[in-house]
Design a protein around this ligand. Structure first.
Ligand code: 13P
Ligand code: SF4
Length: 303
């Protein structure tokens, strides 16, 4: 089936089955276009809590589909390709966190949303790249903090708040590969452009960039930006919305390919199969969901 036909079929099935489709900003452009809502991790979590659809199809990586299920437990949540995981999320395990907790019972454990439900069930509060500073700042000054799993986001938050934290040794392979010298090279090619990176990049990269923001914050900032040209140091899927929503601006990827292979695993064919066959349902026990929900609700309660 050609793309236009697939999209028509998906729209028809979606309407008939009262299904709401979510997509992360890094998914394939055509998947973003078919979604009812596209956003960053925080926006997707907030929306998942509001949506009252019979079925949800989540196009993104598995921890995001799990978060949608935890926040919308009455809906049937489908993840079209369960093998689409997040390499960083797999770097923290519930068992390791329990061991840390035993040795450090008074430490507040902050988990980036890029974690499995089993890990969320063990921690005190969650954060995303859009609110990490606000969440850490809400923890009383006299408390010790462990930040996991992203050592880069944790370090960048420490630098902006001037607050010490224990950092887990995890990282995003896609963003951790970006080097500060790559920004200098891109600036030589595009001297008028401002550099925008994701806070999952290493601290010297973030310090060398004009802007470091979550994908959602980038998209909110761009229409108000005075600069006309940007070098984008994050997963290339974001360029689709950047260009669509800011036709007067120019965007250059920092490197020819910054790709999260897992974010690209879900195709329109998978979405249609998911709609027609109701696959693959995200299944979590009620006990796990109740435990994991607490840290997300603690995050959403921080004003
Ligand atoms: P955002 O919350 O900025 O969308 O980032 C999620 C993510 O996985 C980045 O690699
Ligand atoms: Fe995980 Fe990195 Fe892919 Fe984001 S870009 S989903 S952090 S592997």
């Amino acid at each position: 089936m050609i793309q236009a036909e697939l999209m028509t079929e998906i729209r028809k099935w979606k309407k008939e089955s009262n299904t709401f489709i979510f997509a992360h900003n890094y998914t394939l452009p055509e998947v973003q276009d078919i979604a009812d809502f596209t956003g960053d991790s925080l926006e997707l979590s907030i929306k998942a809590k509001e949506v009252k659809a019979e079925k949800i199809i989540f196009c993104g990586v598995s921890f995001m589909a799990e978060t949608a299920k935890i926040l919308s437990p009455e809906s049937k949540v489908l993840h079209p390709v369960p093998a689409a995981g997040c390499a960083m999320a797999d770097m923290a395990t519930a068992e390791k966190i329990r061991q840390y907790r035993e040795k450090n019972p008074d430490t507040v454990i902050v988990a980036y949303v890029n974690t499995t439900a089993a890990v969320k069930a063990e921690v005190d509060i969650c954060c995303t790249s859009a609110n990490a500073e606000k969440i850490v700042a809400s923890i009383p000054e006299d408390k010790k903090i462990l930040f996991l799993p992203d050592r880069n986001l944790g370090r960048n938050v420490m630098n902006s708040l001037g607050r010490k934290m224990d950092l887990w040794a995890g990282y995003c392979p896609v963003h951790d590969n970006i080097r500060a010298e790559m920004l200098d090279e891109a600036r030589r090619l595009h001297p008028q452009a401002a550099v925008m990176v994701h806070p999952e990049c290493a601290e010297d990269v973030v310090k060398n960039a004009e802007y470091a923001m979550s994908t959602g914050a980038m998209l909110r900032f761009l229409p108000k930006a005075t600069e006309k040209e940007f070098i984008v140091g994050t997963e290339e899927g974001i360029l689709h919305r950047m260009r669509k929503e800011n036709p007067d601006k120019i965007f250059h990827p920092l490197l020819p390919q910054i790709v999260c292979p897992d974010m690209k695993k879900i195709t329109l064919e998978d979405v249609l199969k998911s709609l027609k066959e109701e696959v693959y349902e995200v299944k979590l026990t009620v006990e796990m969901m109740d435990k994991a929900r607490k840290c997300i609700e603690n995050m959403l309660a921080v004003k």
